[in-house]
Design a protein around this ligand. Structure first.
Ligand SMILES: N[C@@H](CCC[C@H](N)C(=O)O)C(=O)O
Length: 333
């Protein structure tokens, strides 16, 4: 019988489904329906999740596997940084490899096993690229600019300055003070730009960042296709790039940046090589549950917690012990 894995990177929760283990792979409409069903926080599996990561055979030469990202609302994203770390661990275990490439929609990305973050907290480093700033890459429109880099955009929110970076999924980033992190502005902007609006017609992930110190950030994200999330890997990566570009006195290229988030902490390293930016994202790849499912239930999007054989891995306790020794920042409730 096939197995779903419940996993997380910085508590950004997913189910991993390996299509190569099924007698009959799910079609795209079936994947969308399954994702909407299992991720639902009330009626889904094990309290739901932010999306489903679909593992499949690679489609570019030199890659070991393919990852597709289905958001909780059934839309498909080009990339997922936290998710890629967990898929990297899954493929590394399956194929007994420490480093390889994973095909994502727009690129084959390098992944590499790292030392555990703490006892029982496995970690992977993943490549986040390609990076684009042009408005067509996100896309956005009607803001009077071809790119947003520390740019006021009163149409989006008065008094804030914005950065728009595709990595390659689209991110809007604003550096804010402590009170702005805590009030509801992020939710209002995120909700508006992910509904029908004249600016981001495919929606956008919205990140608020607060500078904590040299090479130290806190990032909170409202995700396209999801809503508020505990952490967004591509968001923290795009925000780290904006950090080194806008605040050269506070952040360095090629040096680890500590990025705290509501679900824990990751490290990023921003590079500029061969005239291109790319970011390394390093963090936990935690497996919390193994769920044995009936393949027919996957096809009919009817996977219920009380009808599956579920094994708890015990890794969540180790992750919580790791989080409990992080500084208590008290930035959001
Ligand atoms: N949480 C992810 C990003 C998932 C995709 C996003 N919702 C989108 O639609 O672009 C991450 O860790 O990067």
């Amino acid at each position: 019988m096939p197995t779903l894995l419940k996993v997380h990177g910085s508590q950004n929760q997913f189910f991993i489904l390996d299509q190569t283990t099924l007698d009959q792979p799910l079609t795209d409409p079936e994947l969308r329906q399954l994702t909407q069903q299992v991720t639902n926080p009330q009626t889904g599996l094990l309290g739901g999740a932010d999306g489903v990561l679909v593992v499949d055979r690679p489609f570019r030469p030199g890659a070991q596997a393919q990852m597709r990202v289905i958001n909780a609302d059934g839309s498909e994203a080009t990339m997922c940084g936290n998710g890629l770390r967990t898929v990297a661990r899954y493929v590394a275990n399956r194929d007994q490899l420490d480093q390889f490439k994973v095909d994502t929609k727009d690129a084959s990305l390098r992944v590499r096993k790292q030392d555990d973050l703490a006892p029982g907290v496995p970690a992977f480093a993943v490549e986040i690229s390609p990076v684009r700033f042009a408005k067509d890459a996100l896309p956005f429109d009607n803001l009077g600019h071809d790119r947003l880099l520390d740019t006021p955009a009163p149409e989006l929110w008065p008094r804030l300055r914005f950065n728009a970076i595709a990595v390659p999924n689209p991110h809007l980033i604003s550096f804010v003070d402590r009170p702005a992190l805590q009030d509801d502005v992020l939710g209002v902007i995120g909700h508006r730009l992910n509904g029908k609006n004249p600016y981001f017609n495919d929606g956008v992930n919205v990140n608020f960042a607060h500078i904590l110190g040299h090479n130290q950030l806190f990032v909170r994200t409202y995700e396209r296709g999801v809503g508020f999330t505990n952490a967004c890997g591509t968001g923290m990566s795009a925000t780290s790039l904006a950090f080194v570009l806008l605040y050269p006195e506070a952040a360095d290229f090629d040096q680890p940046i500590e990025v705290f988030n509501p679900g824990g902490k990751v490290r990023t390293i921003v590079h500029f090589q061969n005239q291109e930016y790319w970011i390394e994202l390093i963090g936990n790849a935690t497996f919390t549950h193994e769920i044995v499912v009936d393949e027919a239930d996957l096809h009919r999007a009817a996977v219920q917690t009380d009808e599956c054989q579920i094994t708890t891995t015990g890794e969540q306790a180790a992750y919580q012990a790791f989080v409990s020794q992080l500084p208590q920042l008290g930035l959001i409730d």
